[in-house]
Write a protein that binds this ligand. Structure first.
Ligand code: COA
Length: 331
């Protein structure tokens, strides 16, 4: 995808995380682990956990309400709601349909998409395509998860990683000042066995599924795949654009594990100082990590309108998705 083709711009951002904080010290009381191990292996100190009656739709609505406040005008002209999530309140109806109803978006279509931790980037890519093609004018893209509800809190190798959160952006038609510069995405379905949540099928690659309803992970394999695949993908993303990595102001990878981000930066030659992540206080919130990191960048006065930003999602599937963008929002 080349820059001249895009006619879509990000015009607003909103985020939300639940109130309850689960620290590494809290986890010490739940499984055989300790703060030092978790922080040194992952960079995570704490994560947010949704209440027993708080679900992904609730997080999405709160994030969109935050977005509306900052946008400063109603969003009744939104014509599509796209929600990237793996933890929809129900198998169906979709989270997007629930949000459409709760926010009274009477002119909007609604659908959920599942690309795990790359979901927010895939959502932006689809919104850009649908707006640029002229099919839609204003799309709400949301990445949101309540992973705590599908986390096995007796599995110390996974429960230390995940948390809950939501981020929403508005993507609108704008021919003059588009946000989207280039994209690159791939899937390696054979690797699905390394990170999955049980569904209707009883087998994964001929192996019996474990832990019904919960996430199952081979952390080592996911780690190896990410730190070898993402640097190559970043290279391809830049080749698809008119820019070089040196011209990128901020890299916003999926916040899974700080050691992974450091390795990706080292292998790609991208400076860690120009990288934004949200994992220290929120853990891995899957499709919400990237908007939460963008929020942090804005709040800390790092991310500025006009910056070149490289978003890069990767995760279960296995899938990866990168977008090079012209950042168009002020803090
Ligand atoms: N506390 C203390 N010890 C732990 C532990 C914990 N929370 N979790 C695992 N261990 C132990 C293991 O039991 C193992 O012990 P052993 O050597 O006696 O068998 C040892 O630590 C090493 O385990 P290993 O799984 O090899 O650790 P690791 O260095 O690979 O770190 C992860 C584990 C999960 C932190 C790491 O693999 C990871 O982050 N992978 C990527 C996962 C991910 O990002 N998933 C989402 C992608 S979107």
């Amino acid at each position: 995808m080349q820059s001249t083709l895009s006619k879509a711009r990000i015009t607003a951002l909103g985020t939300y995380v639940p109130e309850r904080v689960l620290t590494n010290f809290d986890l010490e009381k739940m499984v055989d682990t300790n703060d030092e191990w978790i922080f040194s292996r992952t960079g995570i100190r704490e994560r947010r956990i949704a209440g027993p009656e708080e679900f992904t739709t609730d997080l999405c609505v709160a994030a969109v309400e935050n977005l509306i406040k900052r946008y400063g005008k109603p969003i009744q002209d939104v014509d599509l709601v796209l929600v990237a999530t793996t933890t929809s309140d129900y198998a169906f109806p979709s989270t997007a349909s629930q949000i459409q109803a709760r926010l009274g978006l009477e002119n909007a279509g609604a659908l959920d998409l599942n690309a795990t931790c790359a979901g927010f980037v895939y959502g932006l890519h689809m919104a850009n395509g649908l707006i640029t093609s002229g099919l839609h004018k204003k799309i709400l893209v949301i990445g949101a998860e309540t992973l705590s509800k599908v986390t096995d809190y007796s599995d110390r190798a996974t429960c230390i990683l995940f948390g809950d959160g939501a981020g929403a952006v508005l993507v609108e038609y704008d021919e003059e000042n588009p946000s989207f510069l280039s994209s690159y995405m791939t899937s390696k379905g054979e690797g699905g066995v390394h990170l999955y949540r049980t569904g209707l099928s009883k087998q994964m690659n001929k192996q019996e599924l474990q832990n019904p309803g919960f996430m199952v992970q081979n952390g080592r394999e996911v780690y190896k795949w990410a730190v070898t695949t993402v640097p190559l993908g970043m290279k391809r993303l830049m080749e698809n654009s008119d820019f070089t990595l040196e011209e990128v102001d901020w890299f916003v990878p999926h916040s899974a594990n700080l050691r992974m981000i450091e390795s990706i930066c080292e292998k790609s030659g991208f400076p860690l100082e120009k990288t934004l992540w949200s994992l220290e206080h929120f853990g891995n919130t899957s499709s919400a990590t990237i908007p939460l990191a963008l929020e942090k960048g804005l709040r800390e006065g790092k991310l500025k309108s006009g910056d070149k930003v490289m978003l890069y999602g990767f995760g279960g599937g296995l899938v990866q998705a990168g977008l090079l963008m012209n950042w168009t929002l002020a803090g």
